[in-house]
Write a protein that binds this ligand. Sequence first.
Ligand SMILES: [Zn+2]
Length: 245
Amino acid sequence: MYVDAHNHLELYGDKLNEALKDIRENHIITLACSMDEESYLFARSLSKDNQIIIPCFGVHPWRAHNNYKDLDRFEKYIKETPIIGEIGLDFHWVLERERYPNQLKVLKYFLEKAREYNKVTNLHTKGAEREILDLIKQYNLRTPIIHWYSGPVDLISKFIEYGCYFTISVDIGYSKLTEEIVKTIPIDRILTETDGPTALEWVNGEYGYPSYIKNIVNKISTIKNLPEKEVKKAIEDNLKTLINI
Ligand SMILES: [Zn+2]
C-alpha cells in the first residue's frame, strides 16, 4: 500500500471520480484532511464506499476566522475521526494579522480535544514552526504529523525528539530545502502526501493525481539511498504505528 497522509479530496471537483479510481487502483491509503465541517462531511461520505479513504476532521487555519465561534459543535466529529486535521497556524500566507488570535483560539480548542481523546493530529505550521513546537509540548500531544514542513532545519531535531512524523510532499525533486529535510528525518518518521491536485500545479504546473505519491517514494529512495520497496514498506508501517488500518 502507498500512503497519502495529507490530501484534500474536495479539490478534485469534476475530476473526483478519476482521482478515486487512481486511489483504488494504486492502493493508496488516503488521509482525507478537511478544511472545515462541510469538507469533512464530504470526505466522510466518500469514505463510506472507499475504505481506503480515512476522513480526518479539523478546521484549517485559513478558515479559522469564520469558524472560531461555538467550537463545541465540533466535538462529535472529533470523537469519531481517527486523526484531527488539518489544523495549525499560518503566519506566512495569511497576511491579515488580525486573524492570528482566531487561528490560535481554534487550534487550542482542537489541541485540548486531541489531548482529551488521545488523537493523532495533522498539523500545518507555515511560518509558525516554533509556536507549533511549543504547543505540541504544552498539550503533550501524541505522535503529531507535521504536514509539508518548510521551516528552519535546525528545529527538525526538536520535532523528531518529541516523536513527530513528517509528510514529504510534491516539491521533492524541486526544492533543495525539502531534499535536506528528507536527509535529516529518519525513515521511521517519514510519511508521504500530495496535498490535493493543486499543490503539484503550484510546484511545476502539472495537475496532481494521487498516484503522484509513487514519484515521491521514488525520490525519497534516491535521496536516502534505500531500495524503493523498502521505503514504501517503511511508510506504510509508519502509518500503522499511528492508526489502526
Ligand atoms: Zn492541506
